[in-house]
Design a protein around this ligand. Structure first.
Ligand SMILES: [Zn+2]
Length: 197
């Protein structure tokens, strides 16, 4: 797969762990924590199993691995992904087939069968929910996060990410990195307003 987001560093994310100070609308991390860093890796690459996870384990860090379920590493190395999850790494949903829009500049690599413009939002949602079932079979978890392949939110001209909000606890809608300036204003379903993308 030519499109690789690779490692992304998202500082001060951790949606399920935040707490609020009593009687004031001010965000506080638990205890004396001043910030959180999220390390995420997309596409279920062999290098994640061979290099990234051993390095994270060495330093007792946890990563989030967004699996494209059709990637051969899932079928051939499933026990290793399962073991990583058992050691505390997160397995996230990155769709079955990593469809992206072929119409955008620089997208000559997108195969017609994986053209997001030719996939309906309803079809894609069904595939993504099936991916959740497959991930449950690997790690046993029901609570899941999702990362949007290529940052493309339109399937067949319809915003499919809007249709997934009830199925995920958080969605990363655009590739990139940066610091969340205001945790109180953080949208757990994307760092950009979904309605304008
Ligand atoms: Zn990807």
């Amino acid at each position: 797969m030519k499109f690789r987001i690779g490692a992304m560093l998202l500082v001060m994310l951790g949606m399920s762990q935040f707490a609020f100070a009593a009687n004031e609308r001010q965000f506080q991390w638990p205890g004396k924590i001043r910030a959180a860093v999220s390390l995420s890796y997309d596409d279920a690459l062999n290098s994640h199993l061979d290099q990234v996870i051993p390095a994270l384990d060495k330093y007792r860090l946890k990563g989030s691995f967004y699996l494209t379920l059709s990637n051969p590493s899932v079928a051939t190395r499933m026990s290793e992904w399962r073991a990583a999850a058992q050691r505390g790494h997160e397995l996230g949903n990155h769709t079955l087939f990593h469809q992206c829009s072929a119409a955008l500049p620089g997208r000559e690599w997108v195969q017609p069968k994986n053209d997001l413009d030719r996939t309906s939002a309803d079809q894609l949602k069904d595939q993504i929910l099936l991916a959740n079932t497959m991930l449950h079979a690997i790690d046993g978890k029901r609570e899941r996060t999702f990362t949007v392949p290529c940052g493309d939110q339109q399937a067949g001209g319809v915003n499919y990410v809007e249709m997934l909000k009830s199925d995920f606890v958080a969605i990363k809608a655009r590739a990139g990195s940066g610091v969340t300036a205001d945790m109180m204003a953080l949208d757990p379903f994307g760092r950009i307003p979904l309605s304008t993308s």
